[in-house]
Design a protein around this ligand. Sequence first.
Ligand SMILES: Cc1cc2nc3c(=O)[nH]c(=O)nc-3n(C[C@H](O)[C@H](O)[C@H](O)COP(=O)(O)OP(=O)(O)OC[C@H]3O[C@@H](n4cnc5c(N)ncnc54)[C@H](O)[C@@H]3O)c2cc1C
Length: 637
Amino acid sequence: MSELTLSCPDLGDFKDVAVIEVLVKPGDRVAIDTPLITLETDKATMDVPSTAAGEITALLVQKGSRISKGSPLARLRTEEGAASSPSGASATATAAPATAAVPAGAAAPGAAAAGSTAPSADAVSAGPAGPAARPGEASPATASSPPVAVRAETSAAEASATHRTQLLVLGAGPGGYTAAFRAADLGLQVVLVERWEQLGGVCLNVGCIPSKALLHAAKVIEDAHAMREHGIVFGEPQLNFDRLRTWKAGVVKRLTGGLSTLARQRGVRVLRGTGTFAGPHLLQLLPQNESSAGSESGKAESIYFEQCIVAAGSEAARLPFLPADPRIIDSTGALELPPAPGRMLVIGGGIIGLEMACVYEALGARIDVVELTGQLLPGCDPDLVRPLEKRIRARYGRILLDTRVTAAEATREGVRVHFQGKEVSDGLYDYVLVAVGRTPNGRRLEAERAGVRVDERGFIPTDRQMRTNVPHIFAIGDIAGQPMLAHKATHEGKVAAEVAAGQKSHFDARAIPAVAYTDPEVAWVGLTESAARAQGIAVERSSFPWAASGRSLSLGRDEGFTKLLFDASTHRLVGAGIVGTNAGELIAEATLAIEMGADAADIGLTVHAHPTLSETVAFAAEGYEGTLTDLYLPKKR
Ligand SMILES: Cc1cc2nc3c(=O)[nH]c(=O)nc-3n(C[C@H](O)[C@H](O)[C@H](O)COP(=O)(O)OP(=O)(O)OC[C@H]3O[C@@H](n4cnc5c(N)ncnc54)[C@H](O)[C@@H]3O)c2cc1C
């Protein structure tokens, strides 16, 4: 018996990474590959497994520690005859986010799949070459076998599965349908499972798309109103909520219908029903309700899969102390446009809350916003929020920052809400919109039956190939972590599909843009100034005020600006923020520049069309370079 120190492996590009969970304690016996701690970088969450078997005698890290390559993690007393570290005195764990021992990829289910006993209509053809577990093969990342009893039970169930497929995608939101389509394009046989009637997930049905349709309606009302001052007077808008709902539903239907066609064209088989895991290669499919066409027979069915991509998304977070009352709604309820909004409280000053506030204000509601933190759009640089805040403070009722909702009572006159903060007087509202974030659906899938680790918040951690701790099961989109945005989900979906098909893809985006489609729009990407300051990263800033943009003035607006952040030593763009009309479109140029490693000269020397809002990106870069002529900026260097 000897003692050794387990230390942090090479983390590739990462150092000073946060420990978000410690999974062992002194006295625990661990095997090789038993996860010791969980690390979280801005790209992924990953487990660091033990490289030796034995008993943990001391922990050398704690939750919240920040560690880099070589940091000591734990002391371990090795067992007689057990495998130990290569060095003997010190063992460095391998950087292997997906190597925890799991009951996955074992031989039994594959044997059943290859045999003739399965009553399947969908014969499983040979899978593509790839690193993932294949029927009949042990997974390369599977270090230990699960208990025999579990395997025997699982393999019998797998053998009698109603459907069989090479790749199962669970959830047909932007992450899931993208993954399914990409995998089918790469030659995999794909089953896509969805509990809702229409494909498209939250984004298409009750998220991005219907909200943007209503925001467009709000913008038309606002633009018409704004032209009053410039000599064109329209009458008061006549609101027909039924027609507005029908139009919004039509936009959604057109897109979701299009997805069904795309699935058919690619041979992706769509099964309706609610899926939960029954084993590492088995999904149980329950019809959503009695009348569901879902699991087609209306009975529970099961699907045997070789590989699976979990794309089950998220749902609106709730405040449990609020009473159940039809006037207290979430974003889905708000998109239904309840009649006569009157006085409305929006709880949560994040993107979703402020977008819906924008819609309802244009439709005539008197809006109050309450936000727990000291800033609207938390996470965004405060200077970018200021023009939006100034505009809505002038138009809305109260904007309560640093304020908590403590209770609410449903009364005949309205919902009475109590606050705790600087301003504490109650409010009485016709509607209360709860927009306090979204909760991932990880805890609703019985993922533990497949051996898949779900963290305490309901996220499923993955590595950069989107593999969970079970190598043949991937997770993507909202369920795989922040930021919960549709474009992150689609890109992760492509990576997971490509890896499932045997390609060596990774999710390695340098920057993911975020957009609030408010009025004015606020968009940001890459490093923020606040994050740079907090992390001690030297950046230099250049901004261009839209009051000097001909295009912005001709749109009747002057409050926007474009801000670029450059690495102080390389002059490469590392972050950008834009506030103003169409900021959500303009941020694409900055995102591309960050991805391409463009510096200020690259951006400033790119010829931009005139007069456009996109010029403001080039002007900000010219300002940094000292070549700007559209403004007079005293020389800095
Ligand atoms: C009001 C609102 C506005 C938004 N606006 C934007 C925006 O402008 N831009 C942006 O990028 N993002 C926006 N988002 C966020 C965006 O909708 C999500 O990030 C995106 O939908 C996540 O995609 P996903 O594929 O991970 O999951 P989801 O879209 O949540 O899809 C998951 C799917 O899985 C299905 N499912 C879940 N569990 C099961 C199960 N057990 N069995 C079968 N099926 C299951 C669900 O029914 C759903 O269809 C908005 C969200 C909301 C609520």
